[in-house]
Design a protein around this ligand. Structure first.
Ligand code: FDA
Length: 310
């Protein structure tokens, strides 16, 4: 079924498919499994519940591929509003916000400078409030630009984090400059439809690359953030952490809202730091279809709900 991932990602890029999915009445119920709310108030409510259970959070204001400066500015405003709400509700300390550079202007002409400027505004507000920032990683043509922006942001805030995708052939090379003291790196498999020239296509090869990257991170001096729901990889991360003398607080697990919630809580009980990635907002289509593509059960659940209503 892993083989279905690429066709599903390719199909979801079609406007027709987008139209069908976003208009189907049943979609909302399925979306709610992965996205706790459209508004910042709903996101903050869900965070309160998660924090009450000992989970940390990373907030993602949904949206990507913004095509004008006004859209990019709106994303910045949404993050500033979120940080104010978190501060007012005493939930900001230790929180992380996840930012996609394409949501703050990276895709515009001269977009890197605009994205850096916008990301700087978010980073300044987050760190002043007691939160941190991690840059999500998007499709491969954006990676060099995202890493340049990361390094520029780290001049002021050395612990701005970044997601690194194990599926890419370039990853072990990229990690060499990202394992220094304090460097926060979220290791993920990679959610985009990447060509064979840049990425492993076979799930076993992706998993092996992931394990090599865990080792590289655990052996380094940074702060590894293991972003996976894969039970085997979680177990290997725990083993490799102990092999390199890391204690529970020297690395963390990250999982997506609504995915393996029992496992998230089990890891907390074991003494691990677990951060739940909480997306919110109206622009959920890209995030939602990546979730459908990466897990057959998610897709089947959606198709079954669709069939039962039609
Ligand atoms: P995968 O989906 O391959 O599943 C492996 C195994 O995990 C399954 O066989 C099953 O055993 C178990 N499993 C998975 N889902 C389950 C479920 N719902 N119920 C029960 N078991 C389940 N990607 C990216 O390109 N850029 C980014 O910035 C990010 N950011 C990000 C943040 C965080 C916190 C996470 C967790 C993930 C991302 N990703 C990402 C997404 C990532 O690249 C990847 O697509 C997904 O995490 C899916 O891969 P997994 O490693 O979870 O395993």
């Amino acid at each position: 079924m892993y083989l279905l991932r690429k066709p599903i990602l390719a199909l979801s890029a079609s406007d027709k498919v987008r139209d069908v999915i976003t208009r189907a009445p049943v979609t909302r119920a399925v979306v709610d499994r992965f996205i706790p709310g459209a508004t910042v108030a709903q996101a903050v409510d869900s965070i309160r519940g998660l924090r009450g259970e000992g989970l940390q959070v990373s907030l993602d204001y949904l949206g990507e591929g913004v095509t004008d400066a006004a859209g990019a500015a709106a994303t910045v405003a949404a993050y500033l509003e979120l940080l104010q709400m978190l501060t007012a509700q005493h939930l900001v300390a230790g929180a992380e916000v996840s930012v996609k550079l394409s949501a703050v202007g990276q895709a515009l002409p001269d977009g890197e400078a605009l994205a850096l400027d916008n990301a700087r505004t978010i980073v300044a507000a987050a760190y002043a409030a007691g939160a941190r920032v991690t840059l999500d990683m998007e499709d491969h043509p954006t990676i060099d630009s995202t890493l340049r922006v990361l390094h520029a942001l780290r001049v002021d805030q050395p612990d701005v984090g970044v997601a690194i995708q194990a599926m890419l052939h370039r990853t072990s090379h990229d990690l060499e400059s990202l394992v220094g003291p304090g460097s926060r790196v979220r290791l993920v498999k990679g959610a985009y439809n990447e060509p064979v020239s840049v990425a492993h296509q076979d799930s076993a090869e992706v998993d092996l690359a992931y394990v090599r990257a865990i080792r590289q991170l655990m052996a380094g001096e940074g702060y590894p953030m293991i972003g996976s729901h894969d039970p085997r990889l979680v177990e290997i991360a725990v083993e490799l952490a102990s092999e390199y003398g890391r204690k529970a607080g020297d690395f963390e697990f990250q999982m997506l809202f609504g995915i393996r919630p029992d496992e998230q809580r089990r890891l907390v009980r074991e003494g691990h730091t677990v951060r739940v990635y909480v997306p919110y907002g109206e622009d959920w289509y890209g995030y939602f279809t990546r979730r459908l593509a990466e897990r057959p059960a998610n897709l089947l659940f959606f198709l079954r709900s669709l069939a039962s209503r039609t």
